[in-house]
Design a protein around this ligand. Structure first.
Ligand SMILES: [Zn+2]
Length: 156
């Protein structure tokens, strides 16, 4: 999909936010990994991910699609998750304090092998990062232990 990725000033915390614009469809996503600000322009879809048209037909003309604008103006924060052994990071918006509690409970239930889970928030003109799970140190220790075990013994 053709998209233009750009960095812009976050309207909420004024730090760097990430904008992803799909020039073929006009869809746009703005996400801030520092405060959780989210803005998106998309077309309305049904539960199966199919576009809903204005006239109810299958005519997928842009003028026949329903534009949906979502904005999280005052987010609680942004989560940052790192799965053990995975190079990539996951980021997302946390809208409310309740959402944060859900996320934390999920993460601590060990359903996911998370190496790191943190929440970055914009509080009193500052970006504050709270670590919820930080197994990076444990993981490094484990890797070190494992490598020692694999070393050949010098019994000969
Ligand atoms: Zn922001």
């Amino acid at each position: 999909m053709g998209s233009v990725i750009d960095y812009i000033e976050c309207p909420h915390c004024k730090s760097e936010a990430y904008s992803d614009y799909y020039y073929k469809t006009g869809e746009e996503y703005i996400n801030c990994q520092n405060c959780g600000y989210h803005y998106s322009v998309t077309y309305k879809c049904d539960e199966d991910g199919k576009y809903i048209t204005k006239d109810g037909t299958d005519k997928l003309d842009f003028s026949n699609l329903i534009v949906e604008i979502t904005e999280v103006k005052n987010p609680y924060g942004s989560y940052h998750a790192q799965v053990i052994g995975d190079m990539g990071s996951l980021f997302g918006s946390v809208r409310t304090a309740e959402e944060r509690e859900e996320l934390k409970a999920q993460a601590l239930s060990n359903e996911y092998d998370l190496e790191y889970l943190g929440i970055s928030r914009y509080v009193d003109d500052e970006i504050v990062v709270e670590d919820i799970i930080n197994r990076e140190e444990d993981y490094n220790k484990y890797v070190e232990m494992a490598s020692q075990l694999e070393e050949p013994d010098n019994l000969s």
